[in-house]
Write a protein of this length. Structure first.
Length: 113
């Protein structure tokens, strides 16, 4: 909790306690965090507004294996960019990594528009 106060950042993922995730969501909604590093949990029906969304990997872990994001999941995650009532625009960025399938990202972008 101390690093959140000092750096204004937090993480959000499926192995955290539900109350902790709710706290992170509340802090983000109130604008008290500058950045949240999240897995696809941020797209799972939570109110998680952000000005920018950055993808480091187009995969998600389902508890057993890594699977590519679906177009719907990708759309939900990019839809977090641009906070209603606070921002006129939102940004979704992809940072290509060593194992990133750029063709998959292009296909997800095509399908989610």
């Amino acid at each position: 909790m101390e690093y959140m106060k000092t750096l204004d950042v937090a993480s959000h993922h499926s192995r955290q306690l539900p109350r902790w995730k709710l706290l992170i969501e509340q802090l983000m909604t109130e604008g008290l965090l500058e950045a949240v590093f999240a897995t696809s949990t941020a797209a799972a029906g939570v109110n998680f507004p952000a000005r920018s969304v950055v993808f480091l990997d187009p995969d998600r872990y389902n508890g057993h294996e890594f699977l590519p994001l679906t177009a719907i999941e990708f759309h939900q995650m990019t839809g977090r960019a641009g906070r209603r009532g606070k921002d006129n625009i939102g940004f979704a960025s992809v940072i290509p990594g060593r194992f990133m399938d750029v063709k998959l990202i292009a296909e997800l972008l095509r399908l989610s528009t």
